[in-house]
Design a protein around this ligand. Structure first.
Ligand code: SAH
Length: 268
């Protein structure tokens, strides 16, 4: 029985699983971290193309089952010295939100993410991005659309900026909910996020930058001269000096304009 509270919606269709691996652009030099391997369908395909797969599963029952299956394949394998499948799978029983990604060699993440932790996992990975090259994630379609959202659209917001500041997200394809077992309530999408070595824009104070973004979008229908008052009582003047019309709304500002604004507030 799938555990709903652990976001267990499994994928078995080999053609979809192969498309995910293709979107992740994995080569035999790559270390891949898979979050939530579940029954291991994606894990085994990944292990066939990657140098190493570290698969982190929280559910002890699924972890134990997959562990036994991998051990069985290993013991029936004649070439026990091979550094490849199935010997390159390291199965870990842990909470992916608490994993020490910082200590890994350069790696790529591939995951059909449990829905209940979609944004915390993305933020945890961004925080631990030192050696993270890319993430290829199967997530709810609506969240994927927000991540790739561009200015002047309803999808554009804090999540778009938080991800696009650190990387380049691309929506690869949609997976209809009917492809999952059990069938979830919403469709999913596969997104690929390439992590930049340096953020897209130069910001002197990242905390302030994100505080401005969050404050501006917390009242997204208001003009910036009003919504950003909690940041500074001189906000109208600061906006004008930064050549941003104080009558504009949050969703019209590019990431670059938010950066210009943050930098001019910092030096105001
Ligand atoms: N990759 C599989 C399973 C996806 S379902 C497939 O595509 O079919 C999500 C998986 O994440 C489940 O196996 C669930 O037990 C696991 N999971 C849920 N919360 C987790 C957490 N915090 N850390 C690691 N794995 C988790």
């Amino acid at each position: 029985m799938a555990k709903k509270y652990l976001g267990q919606n499994f994928l078995f269709d080999p053609s979809i699983l192969h498309r995910i691996v293709e979107a992740a652009d994995i080569t035999h030099n790559d270390t891949v971290v898979e979050i939530g391997p579940g029954p291991g369908t994606l894990t085994k395909i990944l292990a066939g193309v990657a140098k190493k797969v570290i698969a982190i599963e929280l559910d002890l029952e699924l972890y134990t089952k997959l562990k036994e299956e991998i051990e069985k394949i290993k013991s029936s394998h004649p070439f026990t010295h091979l550094p490849t499948y199935p010997f390159n799978i390291e199965l870990v029983h842990a909470d992916a939100l608490k994993y020490h990604y910082e200590e890994l060699e350069p790696f790529k993440v591939v995951a059909n993410i449990p829905y209940y932790i979609t944004t915390p996992i993305i933020f945890r990975l961004i925080e631990a991005r030192k050696n993270l090259k890319s993430m290829t994630l199967t997530i709810q379609k609506e969240v994927a659309q927000r991540i790739v959202g561009k200015p002047n659209t309803k999808d554009y917001g804090v999540l778009s900026i938080a991800v696009q500041y650190y990387g380049k997200p691309e929506l690869k394809f949609i997976i209809p909910k009917s492809a999952f077992r059990p069938v979830p309530k919403v469709d999913s999408a596969v997104i690929h996020i390439e992590i930049f070595e340096k953020p897209t824009v130069t910001v002197k104070d990242e905390k302030l930058f994100f505080r401005i973004v969050k404050t501006a979008f917390s009242q997204r229908r208001k003009m910036l001269s009003n919504s950003l008052k909690p940041i500074s009582k001189d906000i109208r003047e600061i906006l004008t000096n930064a050549k941003i019309d104080p009558n504009r709304r949050a969703e019209t500002l590019s990431i670059k304009e938010f950066a210009i604004l943050a930098n001019s507030i910092e030096s105001a």
